[in-house]
Each structure stands twice: as C-alpha cells, then as structure tokens.
Design a protein around this ligand. Structure first.
Ligand code: HEC
Length: 121
C-alpha cells in the first residue's frame, strides 16, 4: 500500500514538472520574420524550397520547410540537449536560444512546398 502511494506521489510530481515545462516553453512565441537572419547558416545544408542550388531529389539532409513548428522545435531542442545525436546539428543547436529555435521553427513551418508565393521562402 505504501509503495503504491509513493509511486503516485512520484507520478504526480513528474506530471507537475511536465506541466511547468510546457507552460514555460509556451511563453516563447516564434516569429518567422525574426528568423530570417538566423537561418543563413542552415541553408547551405538544408536546401530550402525556393533556394535554387538544391533540388528536392538531391537533398541529403532533411527538408525543413513545411514541417510542423512543434516538430522542428522538438528536434532542435533534442539536438541541443544531446537527446538526439548528430554532431553537426548539436554544435549548431547549442548556439541557439529558445527564442531562436522558436523563430526558426516558425520560419520553416510557414513554408509549404506548394505555396510558390510564400514570402517567407
Ligand atoms: C553542416 C550541415 C548542416 C547545417 C549547417 C545545418 N544542418 Fe540541420 N541537419 C543536418 C543533417 C545532416 C541532419 C540530419 C541529422 C540526423 O540524421 O539526425 C540535420 C537535421 C536537422 C533537423 C531535424 C530534421 C528532421 O526532419 O528530423 C532540423 C530541425 C535541423 N537540422 C535544423 C537546422 C537548422 C535550423 C539549422 C541552422 C540553424 C541547421 N539545421 C543547420 C545538417 C546541417
């Protein structure tokens, strides 16, 4: 019985923490416009749609444009923390603040392969 109660307390504490973390990151609002100066170094490797030197067929790195902001944010945070391993992306992600990551995620999420007139390209 005591063991069971203990477990519940741990779970309650953990979900409290998770709730706090969600709350904290929700305060950071991505701004696609602010990302325009921050994505210059990403372009060389992640050929973005509309960037003429790369065609979708020759992408050797994941295409970022059009992925969901939440996914991109999580991926960058995971590289930053080392939860997702890739030397180069870790090196880049550690230089980004939470605000940078949110801005960049918003920037890439605003791009869709089919929207040719997307001003954010
Ligand atoms: C030196 C080349 C290089 C540069 C520069 C680079 N990336 Fe990457 N990136 C990669 C490679 C290679 C992968 C795939 C790594 C893997 O398999 O985990 C990747 C993966 C990613 C992913 C995960 C995508 C997915 O579909 O899971 C994101 C998000 C990302 N990069 C964002 C960025 C951003 C934002 C920048 C600029 C701030 C950037 N990258 C700069 C090479 C690069």
């Amino acid at each position: 019985m005591n063991k069971f109660v203990g477990k519940c307390a741990v779970i309650a504490a953990l979900s409290g923490l998770a709730g706090f973390a969600t709350q904290a990151s929700a305060d950071v609002v991505g701004n696609a416009k602010a990302a325009q100066g921050k994505v210059a170094m990403c372009i060389g490797c992640h050929g973005i749609p509309g960037y003429r030197t790369a065609y979708p067929e020759v992408y050797r790195v994941p295409m970022l444009g059009g992925q969901s902001a939440r996914y991109l944010e999580n991926a960058l945070q995971a590289y930053k923390k080392g939860d997702r391993h890739f030397e180069t992306m870790h090196g880049i992600a550690v230089t980004l603040t939470d605000q940078d990551i949110a801005d960049i995620a918003a920037y890439y999420a605003a791009q869709t392969p089919s929207s040719k007139n997307n001003p954010d390209k």
